[in-house]
Write a protein that binds this ligand. Structure first.
Ligand code: FAD
Length: 502
């Protein structure tokens, strides 16, 4: 008996919808009709400009040429995120895509660094990071493929215009045979026996049937919540920001190959440089600041004139109780939301698509598949949640109600043990499915001024000259950074300048 699913419906045409359509169109080469429904009247969230390195893999899997992609989406390069005023005011640190130092001893570098720093023989941790050495000079080139070279110790991602990216993926998906239907879904029909979604009805009366439905309808979760009432777990007590105002401004000559996140009194502000403009947004907790005041703070902290009025967005941080329920898989904002502090939302879309392809169902919808999908997704969500909470919990600021609240709030048990292990021994637990590895956690612990009481006991048995190694490494990365082109020059030289080709 043929159990193949032959009819897939994607509801929603934001980044999630078109990323899913492109990836399914690429993977399911025959025997399946895929329809994407979107409503121009409703529109998309339209932000989502900063990414993390796995996005390269997503584009590569689709066979998208990097130079064409950078030009089409007005993209720039990203070596990490600079956090300003987070640990305390007038202080900053860098969360790099890459490592601090490089492996050189049985004991991890940061233990030697902490000993040397306390003895006055080393400077700040960021000074031993290749990605920051390049980023702070506004320099960029892709990493060296030679693992012996210090220029191989970093990775990169992009900043891009999310609307242009969705448009690019739409062209790609339509060329793969995906059918787009314009219209607002006004009704969802469930099977009376199984409770599965059988069809959706558009405002003009058209009924669109499907076997597998992908809910990419954004925060409203039209199918996963509206029709299936799956439920939502609220995480706002750990992550109190619930609103954002987004506004682009004109570009300036400060074309940084990194995102900047600046903490304010009741939230934080992102700065994301693209080729044609700089994206900005203020993410804030509405219980601690009014919308008008939040807008004032945002507009007072732009590089240049705003290019429009701030766009308001409201959200509830948390996650859907099931990400795959019956024959509906939620991908994108319909699955849950965590603030964009570490640029993880587009990654979670990518990861959701990859898991769906790995656990692709047939028409029996064996619950073993959805159970595994939900287990992995929950773990991924919780790991990212804990990493974002870390930034808030470790603040030493007490100048406003938000920071006082965060410094004293309770945190999930899964984060408590990480905090404790780092405090006592400077160690970072290795946890299943943690998107952020040791160097990311280290950057935030140290950057937020959370330092260990003692170093790895193993260091006492080593003859390694940690301080000497660190000094040599620092010289090496400074020299290597000076050899790189500026961020703008790299884009121009690589034929990626959108203005030059338009
Ligand atoms: P949406 O963009 O909301 O799209 C929903 C789609 O569903 C639309 O096409 C809409 O028309 C359609 N739809 C809804 N209802 C109906 C209906 N009844 N009938 C027909 N169609 C319907 N992510 C990052 O990775 N990096 C970032 O820097 C980043 N910054 C962010 C900043 C903020 C303030 C916010 C709120 C989010 C940010 N994100 C970021 C997240 C990112 O924007 C989203 O993950 C991404 O845009 C995906 O959204 P989506 O496609 O799920 O939903």
């Amino acid at each position: 008996m043929d159990r193949h699913i032959r009819n897939i419906v994607i509801v929603g045409g934001g980044s999630a919808g078109w990323m899913t359509a492109a990836a399914l169109g690429n993977a399911l080469q025959k025997n399946c009709a895929i329809t994407l429904i979107e409503s121009e009247d409703i529109g998309t969230v339209g932000v989502g400009e900063a990414t993390i390195p796995p996005i390269l893999r997503f584009n590569q899997t689709l066979g998208i040429d990097e130079a064409a992609f950078v030009r089409a989406t007005q993209a720039s390069f990203k070596l990490g995120i600079q956090f300003v005023n987070w640990g305390k005011q007038d202080h900053s640190y860098f969360h790099p895509f890459g490592t601090f130092g490089r492996p050189f001893d049985l004991v991890n570098l940061h233990h030697y660094w902490w000993q040397a720093f306390q003895a006055g023989e080393a400077t700040g941790l960021d000074d031993y990071c290749m990605a920051w050495s390049a980023a702070k000079r506004n320099r960029f080139a892709p990493p060296s493929p030679d693992p012996r070279h210090v220029l191989s110790t970093y990775d990169y991602a992009y900043h891009f215009d999310a609307g242009l990216y969705a448009a690019m993926l739409r062209t790609y998906a339509e060329a793969k045979g995906i059918k787009r239907r314009e219209g607002r879904v006004v009704d969802v029909t469930l099977d009376s026996q199984s409770g599965f979604v059988r069809s959706v009805t558009l405002q003009d009366g058209q009924v669109i049937d499907g076997e597998l439905f992908i809910d990419c309808s954004g925060f409203r979760g039209l199918l996963i919540e509206g029709a299936l009432k799956t439920g939502y777990e609220n995480w706002q007590h750990w992550l109190p920001c619930d609103r954002a105002l987004a506004v682009p401004c004109a570009s300036t000559s400060n074309f940084t190959p990194y995102t900047r996140s600046t903490a304010h009194q009741a939230g934080w502000q992102w700065r994301i440089p693209l080729q044609h403009r700089t994206g900005n947004g203020h993410v804030y907790a509405s219980q601690f600041i009014s919308d008008d005041e939040a807008a004032r703070v945002l507009l007072e902290n732009l590089d240049a004139e705003p290019l429009g009025d701030p766009k308001p967005l409201a959200f509830t941080t948390g996650r859907r109780r099931q990400f795959w329920n019956k024959n509906v898989v939620a991908i994108g904002l319909s699955s849950g939301f965590m603030e964009p502090l570490e640029s993880t939302s587009l990654y979670l879309i990518q990861s959701g698509i990859a898991k769906l392809l790995t656990l692709f169902p047939d028409s029996t919808f064996d619950p073993a598949l959805s159970t595994e999908f939900n287990r992995i997704t929950l773990t991924e969500f919780e790991r990212i949640r804990d990493f974002i909470i870390l930034h808030y919990k470790l603040t030493t600021r007490d100048d406003s109600p938000l920071w006082r609240y965060c410094a004293h709030m309770d945190v999930p048990d899964s984060l408590k043990d990480s905090l404790d292990l780092f405090k006592r021994y400077g160690k970072i637990p290795s946890k299943e499915l943690d998107l952020f590895g040791m160097h990311s956690w280290l950057a935030v612990h140290i950057g937020q001024l959370h330092v260990p009481e003692r170093v790895d006991p193993l260091a006492a048995y080593r003859e390694t000259d940690g301080a000497g190694w660190l000094a040599r490494f620092k010289g090496l990365i400074e020299k290597a950074a000076e050899s790189l082109p500026t961020h703008q020059a790299y884009i121009d030289q690589a034929g990626m300048n959108a203005a030059a080709r338009s």
